[in-house]
Design a protein around this ligand. Sequence first.
Ligand code: GLU
Length: 460
Amino acid sequence: MKTVEKMEFSYLQQAKDYVDEVYEMVKKRNPDQVEFQQAVKEVFDSLIPVLAKHPNYMQQAILERMVEPERTITFRVPWVDDKGKVRVNRGYRVQFSSALGPYKGGIRFHPTVNESIIKFLGFEQTFKNSLTGQPIGGAKGGADFDPKGKSEMEIMRFTQSFMTELSKHIGPDLDVPAGDIGVGAKEIGYMFGQYKKLRGAYEAGVLTGKGIGYGGSLARKEATGYGTAYFMDAMFKDNGLSLDGCKVIVSGSGNVSIYAMEKMVELGANVIACSDSDGYIYDENGIYLETVKRLKEEEQGRIREYIKEHPHAMFKEGCSGIWEIPCDIALPCATQNEIDDSAARLLVANGVKAVGEGANMPTTLEAIEIFLENNILFAPAKAVNAGGVAVSALEMAQNSARLAWSFEEVDSKLYEIMNNIYTTSTKAAEDYGQPGNLVLGANIAGFIKVADAMIAQGII
Ligand code: GLU
């Protein structure tokens, strides 16, 4: 064997050993955090060729540093319900990385929230934000509060109590939260009001996803969904395919799903199914999106009500069954781990061409493996759903400049960013010998920027 080859071979083995060793440490240090372990494993498996090519990352202990959040804050959130009963929830903010800019990432209110969920989201966010090319670090927060069935006043009181503590840890140049599951413009409004009152100053850039009338950005609401569709379009075009007439299944019916459906339809596709936590609807000739929008955005209704207005459609109890419907494109836009190995096998058997992760980590590691083995075009969350946070960064830019851009201006920037993310991830996959593997490409491209910034800033 020639010396160079020998050297590369030895670094490859060293990289594999290093990744195994750090992953074992992650499991030992975070024994119950299965979602966090899953997110780390997905990234680590992609990084072996990079570490082998640039052994300096290993010498700098970059992985050990990256898997430890810079700061984890947990706090008590006491509030009083409508019956006068005192309730207590647990709040979190995990400030994962400030290598590229102020901590940035959403807040999730959902009963499943725990430290593992927030850490996996914060870890993912760091690489996603890096991929956007914008100056934002990574963070995530939330609470195990269930907004379902709560009154307006209960939601306001809870949200204010949450912000009373969170306000001590955030700021426009420090940490800029936004929405996620269970947190939309309404909750952001209450959070902003409470922050403003406590701070005694109008710091517009402290939160993103604000209402348009007081510092929010046009196209932020649509951004994650539209961005997902733009990315799928770029991927299809690059592979000589067209979205025209493609049958699409979009799980969920929240903010990401609704605007992914809207843009996919605009780009020529036909959305035939969507869901909520009760079950899914299947409307063979295409969903009437206006009905879904009204039910979900205005009436806080359930997706099952769709069939009252469109009796030819079908509603089925349980949300996992949605993947049994044959389709060309699957866009899981609901929540983590909604596509497991059996759903993936079914989708492949039914001829799916592409899968795009509108939600964060909606596909299990086994399911990703199945898609990649079967040469299904697979768009990973960090890349395909980065449009939301990208427009959040544009909202921060507008707030700093005290300007408001038009919808078209923001939308065209979003389009450009999504296309850049596609190109960058594709190129990284090619550079590291696995063309078309965007899981690898997105992880590598996201990682390199964060790692280089960390090294440049010293051991801190
Ligand atoms: N929660 C969104 C995400 O997962 C948006 C975060 C943000 O806008 O800061 O990327």
